[in-house]
Design a binder for this molecule. Structure first.
Ligand code: FAD
Length: 476
């Protein structure tokens, strides 16, 4: 094993500057603090030794080859919106930002695809497709994530219930391997059984196997009409019980989310975004897309009827973009609202079978509360991906917070496993969930993960210590 890694010296800085550009390289204290962490500082704050912004695959390749030859760790950085402590230099070395590689190429109408460089923002890819009358459905909550980050973390989001995950839209990938070689994984074809599906292994690999430099994504015809329903209930448990009833209807919902009143209050109070429905201690938000008004009306009518028959206090129709906007703005403001309302946050991103959602939600609240933690479950309940958000109050000491969140997470993960669920539905393992992974998947699976990592990166230089951890580096 290559630990300990080589520390960056002047000769390394000179080489990286020559291979890229002097004004795109920062060293030591010149590097902005925001690059020490992602959106979850709880999962590690690590200063890079060198930060470089690359502009093309040749530069990516040159940096990787140099790092490979010199045993220097490299972490690829997208927009830094990750929630797993993934885009951080755990063992120092080089942070390589791909955000200047942000071209979006013209839509390929014959293949119904769009090709983009990794640093393009998700929102810009969605807009480029929409401008051509097409639709890129994956819709993770954070729209300013990079498209490369979305692919490499296999981002999910609200619309996964109907359309699936980012993975389901990836036709082909161009990437640079840790040794600097540039490779293509699949091509712009609809199906492919040519060898192992390595493309699918790369999707969701969290920057540990290769650096994505270009991606081609499948598009769909845009739905012509859409409607959001808000169903207020007396409790979150009732909302959870309603989820399978919505799914049993003969119309596939685009999104199903739930929110407790307390969480809505947090967003209203801190972000001044007003939720249009005031009734109920919890609400279920259901969205439908359709290609005709008649199809949409049938779906909305069936869902509203089912809600009222199952204890909903009302059923509010947000059938204009403005009304729907007020609903989704509050849903989208949760993380920001919670940050403003607490000293620190911890989140549990488990996914459970849809048939066990209600059981999970009921038990999860009890678990976190039993450890004295303020807890707000919310999330993509239509696909069983429940974000159990834990909030630290000002009265808790560092030690109390650490031990209470650890104890809660240990029990929440055990509960998810018992219900047939998984450790993470969409945010990934990164550094933050690493310690729980083996318990979840077992030692034989960890062996497989390690073998895969070594097949791509036998020198362990690309994003080391994330998803899989080999032996720890020797102390300095
Ligand atoms: C408010 C909020 C809401 C969110 N909602 C959702 C949601 O609904 N669903 C969801 O799935 N996620 C969500 N996220 C998490 C986050 O936005 C996604 O994980 C996103 O895909 C990360 O993209 P990024 O560009 O920010 O990547 P980064 O955070 O920069 O990196 C994430 C990981 O990918 C690697 N990486 C990034 N780019 C590349 C590349 N080109 N090649 C190789 N490796 C790379 C990094 O090394 C790191 O390990 C949310 C985050 C926030 C802050």
């Amino acid at each position: 094993m290559p630990y300990p890694y080589k520390k960056i010296e002047q000769a390394d800085i000179d080489y990286i500057r020559a291979a890229t550009a002097a004004d795109r390289v920062w060293v030591g204290e010149e590097i902005a603090n925001e690059y020490y962490r992602d959106e979850m500082p709880e999962y590690g704050v690590f200063p890079p030794e060198l930060y470089v912004e690359v502009i093309n695959k040749e530069e990516v390749s040159a940096v990787m080859k140099y790092a490979w030859d010199n045993n220097i760790p490299v972490v690829c950085r997208g927009a830094g919106t990750g929630l797993a402590g993934g885009a951080t230099c755990k063992y120092g070395g080089i942070m390589m930002s791909v955000m200047r590689m942000n071209r979006i190429f013209p839509v390929d109408h014959k293949n119904q695809t769009i090709t983009a460089e990794p640093g393009a923002y998700l929102v810009d890819v969605q807009a480029a497709a929409a401008a051509e009358g097409l639709f890129y459905p994956p819709d993770p909550g954070e729209k300013t994530a990079s498209i490369g980050g979305n692919v490499i973390t296999n981002a999910g989001g609200m619309k996964a219930v109907r359309y699936g995950l980012t993975r389901d839209f990836v036709r082909c990938i161009e990437a640079v391997l840790p040794d600097g070689s540039i490779m293509n994984f699949s091509s712009n074809v609809v199906k492919n059984t040519t060898g192992y599906s390595v493309k699918d292994l790369i999707i969701g690999s969290e920057g540990t196997l290769c650096v994505l430099t270009q991606v081609t994504l499948k598009l769909l015809p845009a739905p012509t009409c859409t409607c959001t329903l808000v169903m207020p209930f007396n409790s979150l448990e009732e909302c959870a019980d309603m989820v399978p009833k919505v799914l049993e209807l003969p119309f596939v919902p685009t999104a199903i989310e739930f929110l407790e009143r307390e969480l809505i209050d947090i967003v209203e109070r801190n972000l001044n975004k007003m939720f249009p429905v005031k009734e109920g201690n919890a609400v279920l938000i259901v969205m439908y897309d359709a290609s005709s008004q008649q199809e949409l009306d049938s779906a909305v009518e069936a869902a509203a009827e089912a809600a009222l028959a199952n204890g909903a206090l009302d059923c509010f129709l947000a059938d204009t973009p403005e009304r729907a906007g007020t609903v989704w703005a509050v849903r989208g403001g949760i993380l920001e609202g919670m940050k403003a309302d607490s000293v620190a946050q911890e989140e549990c991103d488990v996914v459970v079978p849809r048939s066990r959602i209600a059981e999970y939600v009921k038990a999860a609240k009890k678990i976190a509360l039993s450890h004295g933690i303020r807890v707000e479950p919310c999330g993509h309940c239509g696909d069983g991906n429940i974000h159990t958000e834990m909030l630290r109050g000002p009265e808790m000491s560092d030690e109390e917070w650490k031990s209470a969140t650890h104890a809660s997470l240990t029990e929440l993960y055990a509960l998810s496993k018992e219900l047939g669920g998984q450790l993470s539905g969409e945010h990934g393992i990164g550094n933050g969930r690493l310690e729980f992974l083996e318990e979840f998947v077992g030692p034989r699976m960890i062996q497989l993960y390690k073998a895969i990592k070594l097949a791509f990166d036998e020198k362990l230089i690309l994003n080391p210590g994330k998803v899989v951890e080999f032996n720890k580096p020797a102390a300095e």
